[in-house]
Design a protein around this ligand. Structure first.
Ligand code: ZN
Length: 250
């Protein structure tokens, strides 16, 4: 019997699935507005054109689906055999004819959605390993996909903005990014101004941390390195002067 609805009952996971699928739909809408010729143009990511970005998002869905299959079957199926494979897959995908590239995106997204839908409730705590070698419950795959599709829709560079991204996704992205900074000794304290998270502090808590503030969308855009050179980020130091480019986090 194939289920026609998600088998998971955990409310938090169900809400996460909704946000992940909305992100995929958001990416698909922006993708649908590109002509085939547009796909050859640069994305917002340095060194990647839109074809490479679309291939990456499609291959990511397949890789995340492998983790869900791992949880379902108990048979270890890593995201990628190795990082070389991951990169080759993207480069190959980027050479596909546009229609095949769009099919890769569509099919991989549907496949992942179905794997999530059909994963029995009791298997959502099963442990799998990410490409970075972290052991996580398979429920973490929902966020792993969410944090790809929403920002990469912006990276398509045809109109999506950080203000289009749900607030809870932005807030969690900021936690992820500042977490990476902390492991590298970059002590930056960010204060959110305006919106539902007004006044919240994210990141370093040391007294000598660098203090910056901005709206949540501006902070995530700045922290994730998506502000083109020469463009105002909207992120400022305590004295109101513009903050320079944020530390790297990838
Ligand atoms: Zn990515």
């Amino acid at each position: 019997m194939v289920a026609r609805h998600d088998l998971v009952t955990d409310e938090e996971v169900r809400a996460g699935l909704l946000t992940a699928r909305r992100g995929t739909a958001f990416f698909a809408r922006k993708l649908g507005k590109l002509s085939y010729a547009d796909m050859d143009e640069p994305s917002l990511l340095p060194g990647w054109n839109r074809r490479q970005l679309i291939a990456h998002v499609g291959c990511n869905a397949r890789a995340v689906a492998r983790l869900v299959e791992w949880a379902a079957t108990g048979v270890e199926t890593p995201m990628y055999p190795d990082m070389e494979y991951r990169n080759r897959e993207i480069e190959f995908g980027a050479t596909l004819p546009p229609i095949a590239l769009l099919n890769l995106f569509d099919h991989s997204a549907v496949h992942l959605s179905v794997e999530w839908r059909d994963l029995p409730d009791e298997k959502w705590a099963a442990e799998v390993r990410t490409a970075q070698g972290r052991t996580v419950p398979v429920s973490e795959t929902v966020w792993m996909r969410t944090r790809e599709v929403w920002p990469h829709a912006i990276d398509l560079d045809n109109g999506a903005r950080f203000t289009d991204v749900p607030t809870d996704v932005l807030r969690r992205l900021l936690t992820d990014i500042t977490g990476v900074w902390a492991t590298r000794g970059n002590a930056v304290a960010l204060t959110v101004t305006g919106g539902p998270h007004d006044g919240e502090r994210v990141g370093a808590s040391e007294d000598d941390a660098t203090e910056v503030s901005g709206s949540l969308p501006d902070l995530v855009r700045w922290a994730s390195g998506r502000v083109p050179a020469g463009e105002a980020s909207g992120v400022v130091f305590a004295d109101g002067s513009a903050a320079p480019a944020a530390p790297a986090w990838i």
